[in-house]
Design a protein around this ligand. Structure first.
Ligand code: NAI
Ligand code: MG
Length: 357
């Protein structure tokens, strides 16, 4: 089967999403020329802007349209005049759930040329992955509100942990650790305070870990774990957590590794029954949108994760190496990293390093 021609569902979205996605495409075209990979970008305008015109974040048949694509490449969605739960539950969450993207993967890596807000830390100290459960857990629609607006008002929110859902995310984390030199998995728990779902999570962690005797495994309660991210980032290799704990850790992780503008993420369907989705960690940044100054590196690094997923790890590595080369030179950095380059200049610099090889 052909493995070097890909159809990419492309959703720039809102705000700076529309500015950084073209830079991601530019770098993909450049790396494609070098490694003989071709991309067909099928671009749609699904966004808050579209919502305001049509009442929908995406058309009714939207998911169906991209079901057989090789990947989804997304910028950011969200805008101040549309409630965030509308944009999130109208686009991102349906894609993650319908396409069974039950792994949210975020590399936390201090790239050469960036400085960590943690004093005295270099690239050798910060290099791990956060693996977040992406479709169940604490983020559920189960629950309800009773006696609204009265003194007796009640809100109930149920967390859903299934053996199938917990085991597969834990296995993904152990399988990932197997590919890495440190071979170490850390589980985020809170079984002292959350007495049903978290002891269950710990039991499944213990059961799954028995299948991976070569992997070192440990666990911490989420509260002290956040402190360790700051004080001992060098302790970690692969950190796995539920939807809520993973959400928190996957923002904290990139924060200790430098600018929000460079952090990438992947929403993965490991079985490859459906497309996986690649997007920067940051949002639509209304405060700087339209100025052409957004950092495109989070989007470009997400493109590298997409290349990796599509079976082109060398091309992925070439993109990351080009990012490191370009940010070593202050003149090519965007303002959030202390430079003066605009979005397109930074993207073009990375594309030309990639092309040169
Ligand atoms: P944000 O990530 O958009 O912005 C936070 C801060 O970081 C802002 O000061 C912004 O200027 C800066 N920033 C973000 N990306 C940058 C980049 N590439 N280069 C330079 N500076 C950058 O988060 P915020 O403000 O909380 O959310 C704005 C909107 O984005 C909201 O509607 C939110 O719901 C949405 N959002 C969407 C996400 C997604 O599509 N996955 C993720 C996070 C937020
Ligand atoms: Mg988050």
């Amino acid at each position: 089967s052909p493995t070097n021609a890909f159809r990419i569902a492309t959703i720039p979205g809102d705000g700076i999403g529309k500015e950084v996605v073209p830079e991601g495409m530019r770098v993909l075209e450049a790396v494609g020329r070098r490694f003989d990979i071709s991309f067909q970008f099928d671009e749609v305008d699904w966004s808050c802007e579209t919502f305001k015109k049509t009442g929908r974040m995406m058309p009714e048949d939207g998911l169906e349209r991209f079901r057989t694509h090789d990947a989804v490449f997304l910028g950011a969605v969200g805008w101040p005049d549309v409630p965030d739960h509308v944009s999130l539950w109208g686009l991102l969450i349906p894609i993650r759930r319908a396409f069974h993207q039950y792994v949210n993967l975020r590399p936390v890596r201090l790239l050469k040329g960036t400085t960590s807000p943690l004093a005295g830390r270099g690239p050798e100290d910060i290099d791990f992955y956060v693996v977040r459960e992406n479709v169940e857990g604490e983020y559920s629609e189960a629950g309800g509100r009773l006696y609204r607006g009265t003194e007796d008002e009640i809100a109930i929110q149920e967390a859903i942990f299934t053996r199938r859902g917990v085991d597969r995310i834990l296995r993904y984390a152990f399988d990932l650790a197997r590919t890495r030199p440190k071979k170490h998995v850390t589980s985020a728990t809170k079984s002292n305070g959350i007495v049903h779902t978290m002891p269950f999570w710990d039991e499944r962690f213990k059961a799954v870990k028995a299948d991976y005797p070569e992997i070192r495994a440990d666990q911490y309660h989420i509260d002290i774990l956040t402190a360790h991210f700051v004080q001992h980032p060098d302790w970690f290799d692969v950190v796995v957590g539920s939807n809520l704990f993973g959400d928190i850790l996957s923002d904290l992780g990139p924060a200790v590794a430098g600018s929000i503008g460079i952090a990438p993420s992947a929403n993965i369907n490991p079985e490859r029954d459906f497309p996986s989705m690649f997007e920067p960690v940051h949002g639509s940044a209304p405060d700087i949108a339209g100025k052409g100054i957004a950092n495109p590196i989070g989007q470009i690094w997400s493109a590298a994760m997409m290349l990796d997923h599509l079976g082109h790890p060398q091309a992925a590595q070439a993109v990351i190496a080009a990012i490191e080369t370009v940010i070593a030179d202050a003149a090519s950095r965007t303002r959030d990293m202390g430079g003066k380059a605009n979005t397109a200049e930074c993207g073009a610099a990375i594309a030309s390093v990639v092309a040169a090889g």
